[in-house]
Design a protein around this ligand. Structure first.
Ligand SMILES: [Zn+2]
Length: 531
């Protein structure tokens, strides 16, 4: 870091005889989910023309900060110097974005002009970082990417960080940083003067009770069983059934039976949210995220994009559940784009300026009607679709995408009104019971394959070699693969699901019964597609 000189180091700033003062403060911005350090250098010339310029490739929003900073300083009761002010954002070669430098620039001006003095401030500034947008009244507003910037500042030796109060909890997740959450520029000045201590950051512990419970879903025990298998082996699942039977309700409850995230995983999810549009001040949650984008979502909204790439839905669902209702209604381009994250568990967005990779390791839950009108195979209502319509509808998700959905589950239509029975009268599997079974099955998988690995992570050869399939089980699978014309990928997926079914039963060996259950999750879909 360059030498920082603050006002008390000498009346004339750097060296002697030079009529200028230079103050450097640490700040940062981010690209993708990585913070990047930016040094804010404020240069005050003794003989000036009152100009105020920001150089170092500031983006549009950074350029606009001049007027905000001028107003914020005046409205906070400080004098805005009438000298020549030059602010450089280093390294100058890289484009900067965002309003997060406002706070550092304003404080730099106040220190350089002598409005803020404190013993030992120069030394202290070298281990401090600042981020925050200023309002015209001097209020400090939260910014995006707070954790990313705090993390990178901590990595470069910062020990204290001044941020907007609404960002304090998020920045505090960086660890090893004393975080000062401030609501106003005056409070930030108090921090520099040593009149204000760091924020006490209390982490909340979210509970499973916040999730809706499977016990509220009555009469869909077979579908709950399919969700149990999906959660245990981390298998993607496709629900098929007429509209209005609660496919969304079933999907929403999946997060409540998945294992709680580790702290490391939870912080990964916050890094993504921190970089995403419309999120400032993220809080730690150990519950897996649940995302359910509408089928009209744009391509970049789904996979991420923009000139300065922001994460899309596939990344915001990282470590959690991505629910796509009415799957065939999504554009073909969007559905095609799901293949990369499903296979690679990350997505790379290429831009002329370089590529950005976002993690996107999610459990996919897709739902569809059996036909465009929705009532194909319904016990009481007739289907009004022609055969060609039905075929083209199901063709939209056939082939590669359907093969990547391990479990195909047909959700039955129930009597109207029999759906939800809240309260103690409800029966059947509840989330707590399912959660315990999922955890036990995950434990077996970790022991067999390695820490945190699940059956859906395992290659075909390793599954057959070490998956302990009985001869009867493999024979049943081979017979079925001829009968159902399973693709190679479909065959492997059935192997994985069968292994999960056996793990749920605590069985060492995968027998015929487990294979047949695994295959039943494919029969359902084939049946649904028959006109
Ligand atoms: Zn129909």
């Amino acid at each position: 870091m360059e030498r920082c000189v603050s006002a008390e180091d000498g009346a004339d700033g750097v060296g002697t005889g030079v009529s200028r003062r230079l103050v450097c403060l640490g700040s940062g911005d981010y690209l993708g989910v990585e913070g990047r350090p930016v040094e804010v250098q404020v240069d005050l010339f003794r003989r000036g023309d009152g100009s105020f310029n920001i150089v170092g490739l500031p983006g549009k929003s950074t350029c606009e900060s001049r007027d905000r900073i001028r107003a914020a300083i005046r409205n906070s009761g400080f004098r805005f110097p009438t000298l020549k002010i030059l602010v450089n954002l280093a390294p100058a070669a890289r484009q900067k974005e965002g309003a997060g430098f406002d706070l550092a620039i304003a404080l730099g001006i106040l220190i350089a002009s002598g409005s803020v003095r404190a013993p030992g401030l120069g030394e202290r500034l070298e281990r401090m970082g600042f981020q925050g947008e200023l309002g015209l009244q001097g209020e400090v507003r939260p910014v995006r990417g707070s954790l990313l910037v705090a993390d990178c500042l901590a990595g470069r030796g910062a020990r204290e960080c001044v941020v907007a109060a609404a960002n304090a909890r998020e920045a505090g997740l960086a660890g090893e940083l004393e975080v000062y959450g401030v609501e106003h520029l005056r409070q930030a000045v108090e921090v520099l003067r040593g009149e204000r201590g760091p924020s006490a950051i209390v982490e909340s512990e979210p509970e499973y009770e916040e999730c809706p419970d499977y016990s509220e879903v009555v009469g869909q025990e077979a579908t709950k069983r399919a969700f149990l298998v999906a959660a245990a082996g981390r298998h993607n699942i496709l629900l098929s059934g007429p509209p209005g039977i609660g496919k969304t309700m079933l999907a929403r409850r999946l997060g409540g039976i998945l294992p709680r995230l580790s702290r490391r995983e939870a912080i990964e999810t916050i890094r993504i949210r921190s970089a995403a549009e419309g999120e400032t001040g993220c809080e730690l949650s150990l519950l897996p995220p649940f995302r359910s984008p509408h089928h009209t979502v744009s391509h970049s909204g789904m996979v991420g994009g923009g000139s300065r790439p922001v994460p899309g839905e596939v990344s915001r669902a990282h470590r959690g559940v991505l629910f796509l209702d009415e799957l065939p209604e999504f554009s073909r381009r969007t559905l095609e784009a799901l293949r990369e994250p499903i296979e690679e568990r990350r997505i790379t967005i290429c831009r002329a300026s370089g590529s950005v990779t976002f993690p996107s390791d999610f459990l996919l839950v897709a739902a569809m009607n059996p036909c465009p009108c929705g009532y194909l195979g319904h016990p009481r209502r007739p289907c009004t679709c022609g055969q060609r319509q039905v075929e083209s509808y199901s063709r939209k998700i056939s082939g590669p995408l359907a093969d990547r959905l391990d479990l195909h589950c047909r959700v039955a239509a129930l009597e109207p009104g029999s759906w939800i029975e809240p309260g103690p009268r409800s029966a059947g599997l509840d989330s707590r019971t399912l959660r315990v079974q999922v955890a036990a099955a995950r434990e077996l998988q970790s022991r067999r394959w390695g820490k945190d690995l699940v059956n859906s992570d395992i290659s075909a050869s390793r599954l057959i070699e070490d998956g302990r399939f009985s001869k009867a089980g493999l024979d049943a699978l081979r017979r079925a693969s001829r009968r159902l014309t399973l693709s190679g990928r479909g065959f492997v997926r059935a192997l994985r699901v069968a292994r999960t079914v056996a793990d749920l039963a605590g069985k060492v060996e995968v027998g015929e019964a487990e294979v047949l259950e695994a295959l039943s999750y494919r029969d359902a879909a084939d049946g649904a597609r028959e006109p």
